[in-house]
Design a protein around this ligand. Structure first.
Ligand SMILES: Cc1cc2nc3c(=O)[nH]c(=O)nc-3n(C[C@H](O)[C@H](O)[C@H](O)COP(=O)(O)O)c2cc1C
Length: 322
């Protein structure tokens, strides 16, 4: 089974991707959280830290663009081609209010004329194969058949579908029938994304849709960083592997950031990973409450030393994390 790592703004940054790729096998593509070209036709230094080839050395990374102006998007695609990338992804899914208010991300799904204009513009002239990551509507899954009718007209490198509407954000119900409709109607490669929280969830969806090119996993891989490795026949997650991953992240972030920033970044990673342990509410709370890096290390040591990994480790929805 092919596994893509979903882009998670604020979590799967360049350092995270490099360390994950060094520690675990099985992820064939890491989608970079979106960059958003503007009329200046310049990437910000923050964006360059995410997409610069030297930041992604050795990592099979795919950049993602967010925007609604075909010329700006085409400029960015040209720049990414010059950097050596072989494909680009377009974001039609971001549910954030500041993004949709500008008619970008999933905001494009409620303005079909804009959507057609963007897709016409970029697909006519794109210099790289272009895939799309989409939700299935803005407010209602009933919007999907008409959206699909538009999307299927373009030569997409692949179509990644997160079967929720914008209104559902990341917690609302999935709408499996919308993916089934796409599987019937779309001729480009299809990728399923959404609530694949354990390796078993991935096997189930792959069995249901044998034509899938890949599964894209976000929170499941954040919780169990060995999930793709396991799915590809490699070693299941161990506390030692998690320890090594955590310590390498601390070291790599420590080379760039002050201790308080290292702490907030690795806390984010460990709050997901704590989902993989049995009855681990107490160390999980200790990770959440740790005031500094020293307290964080104590809480992580406690978790890894005294708690057992669950049978089928993965993400568990919780009020503390998305
Ligand atoms: C904190 C966070 C940040 C995200 N950032 C992005 C992003 O930059 N681009 C994108 O296409 N999706 C983004 N997503 C959506 C994920 O890529 C993915 O579609 C979503 O988490 C559902 O997959 P999952 O259930 O496997 O986590 C983000 C999701 C979360 C929770």
């Amino acid at each position: 089974m092919k596994v893509w790592f979903a882009p998670l703004e604020g979590a799967t940054d360049a350092i995270f991707r490099r360390v994950h790729h060094a520690c675990f096998t099985g992820v064939e593509k890491y989608y970079i959280p979106f960059v958003s070209p503007t009329q200046n036709l310049l990437f910000t230094s923050r964006e360059l830290r995410a997409i610069a080839p030297e930041e992604n050395e050795g990592v099979p990374a795919v950049p993602q663009l967010l925007g609604k102006d075909p010329d700006q998007l085409l400029w960015a695609i040209g720049e990414l081609k010059n950097m050596g990338y072989g494909e680009v992804n377009l974001n039609l899914g971001c549910p954030s209010g500041t993004v949709t208010a500008k008619g970008k991300g999933s905001g494009l799904l409620r303005e079909k004329d804009s959507l057609r204009r963007v897709l016409d513009g970029v697909y006519e002239k794109t210099l790289l194969p272009l895939s799309v990551k989409t939700r299935i509507g803005f407010a209602d899954p009933e919007e999907w058949p008409a959206l699909l009718e538009i999307l299927r007209q373009y030569p997409m490198a692949e179509l990644i579908i997160h079967p929720r509407t914008r209104k559902d954000f990341y917690k609302g119900p999935l709408h499996p029938q919308t993916f089934a409709l796409a599987a019937e109607q779309v001729s480009c490669p299809l990728v399923y994304n959404g609530d694949l929280f354990t390796a078993q969830d991935c096997r189930d969806i792959a069995a249901q849709y044998p034509q899938l090119r890949a599964v894209m996993i976000g929170r499941g891989l954040m919780a169990n960083p060995a999930m793709a490795q396991t799915l590809c026949g490699g070693e299941a997650l161990t506390a030692d592997a998690l320890r090594r991953f955590h310590d390498m992240l601390c070291e790599a972030y420590g080379r760039l950031y002050p201790a308080n920033q290292v702490h907030s970044r690795v806390r984010e990673v460990m709050k997901y990973a704590a989902c993989c342990f049995e009855d681990a509410a107490r160390p999980r709370k200790a990770i959440r409450k740790a005031k500094d890096l020293a307290e964080h290390h104590q809480a992580v040591d406690w978790l890894l030393r005294d708690f057992r990994l669950r049978e089928n480790p993965g993400y568990e929805p919780d009020s503390w994390i998305v």
